[in-house]
Design a protein around this ligand. Structure first.
Ligand code: SAH
Length: 213
């Protein structure tokens, strides 16, 4: 698990690419500048770790493109101690970004293999989410609700109702919605039954799968 000067240099170049693509939040950029993304990927892809691209991880899933991670995280407006729920732990990279921002992170993954791997891996790098959960993200995490923010990192065919109802007033849900292509969508809870909705263009994610167990 090495993080060399070369890796650090490549990361700074990646940060510049993200700035050029319009990412402005300094805290998000410095989180990406700090996290050794190459260690979240299988060894065959190490050379690609600091390109702005998604790559395969275990269990037919992907580590999201850095731009997408930055874009979604910026929309969440994470503050220190914000209570954040992530759906789709995957490699743990997005969870690490949230930890770097000082959030209290809860993250759900439905693939056991990834859940186990990432649960062991994140603490080795010094990232300590409050809780990693093996389960179905469609249901959210009622026992820990309400959240300041919820981020969905897989393409949702529809917006799961529990995720909206588990937001604090003022809380934000960032979710890519759609089947083949997803529209990045932000919901802000304005009242018990009032939500403001904003849409931000097309992205592509692996699908958010319904639990068939
Ligand atoms: N945030 C991850 C991205 C992983 S890709 C990262 O930074 O690497 C999306 C992840 O969502 C996959 O690991 C997939 O297994 C998971 N997923 C899909 N449907 C899910 C569901 N219903 N509940 C929880 N996780 C789900």
């Amino acid at each position: 698990m090495k993080d060399t000067f070369k890796h650090k240099g490549l990361r700074q170049q990646l940060v510049k690419v993200l700035v050029d693509k319009g990412i402005k939040d300094d805290a998000v950029l410095s989180a990406i500048g700090n996290i050794p993304r190459h260690l979240f990927m299988d060894s065959g892809f190490l050379d690609h770790a600091y390109q702005d691209k998604a790559f395969p991880i275990a269990a037919d899933q992907t580590i999201s493109q850095p731009y997408t991670v930055a874009f979604q995280t910026e929309l969440l407006q994470v503050k220190k101690e914000s209570k954040i729920l992530e759906i789709g732990t995957g490699s743990g990279y997005q969870a690490a970004v949230l930890c770097e921002l000082g959030a209290k992170v809860y993250s759900i993954e439905r693939q056991q293999e990834l859940f186990k791997k990432t649960s062991k891996f994140l603490p080795k790098l010094g990232y300590r989410p409050k809780k990693l959960i093996f389960g179905d993200g469609y249901k959210g995490l009622k026992e820990e609700a309400p959240f300041d923010g919820i981020i969905v990192t897989a393409g949702a065919p529809f917006v799961p109702k529990p995720l909206l109802s588990q937001l604090k007033i003022g809380g934000r849900l960032v979710i890519p919605v759609g089947d083949d292509v997803q529209v990045m969508t932000l919901f802000i809870r304005k009242g018990p039954k009032e939500f403001e909705k904003h849409e931000f263009g097309d992205f592509r994610f692996v699908p958010l799968l319904e639990d068939k167990n």
